[in-house]
Ligand binder design. Structure first.
Ligand SMILES: [Fe+2]
Length: 307
């Protein structure tokens, strides 16, 4: 069914701030610009992210669409038939929509949380190989998809059924625990060898909690953290390692208020041998919010008579 996470689209309040953040902090490259938006690339695909200014009446600074990629036209027809058979209102994308995404054909519908889901095949390849002067090791993407995302799911059972039963995602595992007093119950799903391309854990403030970018070296995670700190980006969670996908990562806020995760070392899963489990903690170590670190102690006053 679904082959990979093909692209993400965001509707944002400030395009210029987003462009400098995406290129200067994340290490992505602008692929195209047009009136009211731009796209970004990170690997062999011509475009992986679409960033547009908010449309009138829409609430900006959130996810506007998720693009899932299937292998070919037959796979697209099959998934459309399955969705329609389950009563979903599947809409054929226009030629203009397909051209903007640089795919051969796309369909779209809403998932149970109201997120616009696009399913497409035949994405264009970039004309030149992708290189980033910032993320020098390169991104783990291409056949694994652009990364992963954690979405709003007010009805987790409905979201799970939609993605697993209709779109063919497989359960990787769950994490059920408390994190700094907050109950956590997250379901992780995969659609290729990447440990998870999609996860959800209930109601979120925005449609998107975070998206992940994975680089091929740990040093590139550290360098990204340096760039985020240098740019004044608010850090949400410092470096840590998750027990399920084994990703060493940090979390910080995008200019739109949802988060990004920047990581290295994510594991791959083999469906032939994979056994879904339930983990009882969200991190093997680390991932502490910066405000949990002890504040620096004030310097003691100098004794009288000293200089
Ligand atoms: Fe993540």
């Amino acid at each position: 069914m679904i082959g990979q996470l093909g692209y993400l689209a965001f509707e944002v309040g400030d395009l210029a701030v987003w462009e400098s953040f995406a290129t200067g902090v994340l290490g992505l490259e602008v692929a195209r610009r047009w009136a009211g938006g731009f796209s970004l690339r990170m690997d062999g695909h011509a475009q992986r992210f679409f960033v547009t200014s908010g449309t009138p009446g829409a609430v900006p600074d959130d996810l506007s669409a998720v693009g899932w990629q299937v292998a070919d036209e037959a796979a697209l027809e099959a998934v459309a038939a399955r969705l329609r058979g389950a009563g979903h209102d599947v809409v054929e994308g226009t030629a203009e929509e397909a051209a903007a995404r640089q795919v051969v054909r796309l369909i779209h519908l809403r998932d149970p949380g109201g997120i616009r889901v696009e399913i497409a095949f035949g994405p264009a390849r970039g004309e030149a190989p992708f290189t980033s002067s910032l993320a020098r090791s390169g991104f783990v993407a291409d056949e694994h998809g652009l990364g992963h995302l954690v979405i709003n799911a007010p009805d987790p059972a409905a979201t799970g059924a939609f993605y697993q039963e209709l779109l063919g995602f497989r359960l990787s595992d769950r994490i059920v625990c408390q994190f700094y007093g907050y109950p956590v119950d997250i379901t992780f799903l995969h659609t290729n060898a990447r440990h998870h391309s999609l996860a959800f854990g209930g109601q979120q403030e925005k449609r998107l909690h975070h998206f992940l970018l994975e680089v091929k070296s740990l040093d590139d995670v550290g360098a990204a953290l340096d760039r985020a700190v240098g740019a004044g980006v608010r850090i949400a969670q410092m470096i840590g390692r998750h027990p399920n996908d084994r990703m060493v990562s940090f979390y910080a806020f995008t200019p739109s208020g949802f988060q990004f995760e920047y990581g290295w070392g994510g594991r791959l899963v083999d469906d032939a041998t994979w056994e879904p489990t339930v983990h009882d903690r969200i991190s093997e170590w680390g991932h502490h919010p910066p405000e949990r670190y002890a504040p620096r102690r004030p310097k003691p006053p100098k004794p009288e008579g000293t200089t």
